[in-house]
Design a protein around this ligand. Structure first.
Ligand SMILES: *Cc1c(COP(=O)(O)O)cnc(C)c1O
Length: 369
């Protein structure tokens, strides 16, 4: 029997919510949009939220709203999904990478000062795999040099750091709702912020540069179509109504995995910062140093042959072909990221896994080590 790597948590409530919208005359820019935004902002404890068509669109709109422009630099992590660095390129800037902490797998605040130049405008910490980055020293660095901070919280809905929810750190934060995230709208994203000007600019950028009080064919600035339809927003609202239940189910599955693998000396788990609480996104393990990339790839292949969904997670951003070509990065530039990336194994993870399935995955995984 196949066990997929991830699976969205969809019930009759979501199906009904979508069907309800289809029976109205408001498929886009209707009432579900502000409703989804308000529910989301309240959950993240921010003043505002702006729904957009993907997490990548949320990053792109934020870059423009924050004023990033040609020649500007942004400090971020090479151990992430590629969009968190690409967004600087979308706006004519460039990402400057700082390697990660070998235990938490998040950007290492100790490397920030050395990466700063006179062109640095902001920092984009990523809440990797559902753990908020170490925000106190990162915010202190940003404040000291008058940089903005954009939190990439795409993997961390519901996570906390010192009691505060992901999405509330920095000038703005972004989320994504692809089907493997904690909640899904099929495709979708959100920007959260306490800055009314940023929210207003993002709303305009989302909607072809229109300002809210002018006509359909008046475009105050260069904009995009980053709108999220009411069909998507209805799905998001139904997911938000079940969020506590969705996260609790994921927590339970994560505990099953941790109970079975925490003592396994051939792997290590992501260390949770003492002040942080994870919102589990994926179940990624790091193989011990004696395994190399080829060993890891063989393990993945054998698990896949057994019908167990699995993957590596992530491939370093600086070694993606177009980064190598454009910026000349080489292997060895960010050794902590590279060493981790060569040894990661993501096992099946979603809230509907049974304990028996987790047992089977862990047994088969151990057999391949
Ligand atoms: C998923 C994700 C994104 C992008 O979200 P999409 O909705 O797929 O565009 C950005 N950053 C990180 C860290 C992500 O995991």
């Amino acid at each position: 029997m196949e066990i997929p790597l991830s699976r969205p948590n969809i019930t009759q409530a979501e199906r009904d919510a979508v069907a309800d919208v289809l029976n109205t005359n408001s498929l886009s820019l209707g009432p579900r949009l502000p409703e989804f935004e308000q529910v989301f902002a309240r959950y993240c404890q921010t003043a505002q939220a702006v729904a957009v068509s993907s997490g990548t669109a949320a990053l792109h709109a934020s870059m423009i709203a924050l004023g990033l422009t040609h020649g500007d630099e942004v400090i971020t992590t090479p151990f992430s999904f590629v969009a968190s660095a690409n967004c600087a390129l979308f706006a004519g800037g460039r990402p400057v990478f700082v390697d990660i902490d070998p235990q938490t797998w998040n950007i290492d605040p100790a490397g920030l000062e050395a990466a700063r130049t006179e062109r640095t405008r902001g920092v984009i910490p990523v809440d990797v795999f559902g753990q908020v980055a170490d925000m106190d020293p990162i915010s202190a660095f940003a404040d000291r040099h008058e940089l903005w901070l954009l939190e990439d919280a795409c993997e961390a809905l519901g996570a906390t750091y010192k009691g505060r929810r992901a999405g509330g750190f920095g000038r703005a934060a972004v989320f994504g709702f692809y089907p493997n995230k904690q909640i899904t709208t099929g495709e979708g994203g959100m920007i959260t912020t306490n800055d009314a000007r940023i929210a207003e600019r993002c709303r305009s950028i989302r909607n072809q540069g229109r300002d809210s009080d002018v006509g359909w064919l008046a475009h105050a600035r260069l904009g995009f179509n980053f709108r999220l339809s009411d069909i998507h927003c209805a799905l998001g609202l139904a997911q938000m109504a079940r969020l506590d239940e969705i996260l609790a189910a994921r927590d339970r599955v994560a505990e099953w995995y941790r109970g079975r693998l925490a003592e396994e000396e051939r792997v290590t788990l992501q260390r949770c910062h003492p002040d942080a609480r994870m919102s589990w996104f994926v179940m990624v393990l790091r193989l011990a140093d004696r395994y190399d990339r080829a060993d890891r790839d063989r393990i993945l292949q054998r698990l896949q042959a057994l019908g167990i969904g699995c993957s590596n997670y992530f491939s370093p951003i600086h070694l993606q072909p177009f980064y190598v070509e454009r910026f000349g990065y080489r292997e060895g530039d960010f050794p902590v990221t590279e060493s981790l990336s060569a040894r990661t194994v993501a096992l099946p993870f979603h809230g509907n896994l049974t304990e028996a399935e987790v047992d089977r995955v862990c047994t088969e995984f151990r057999n391949q080590l």
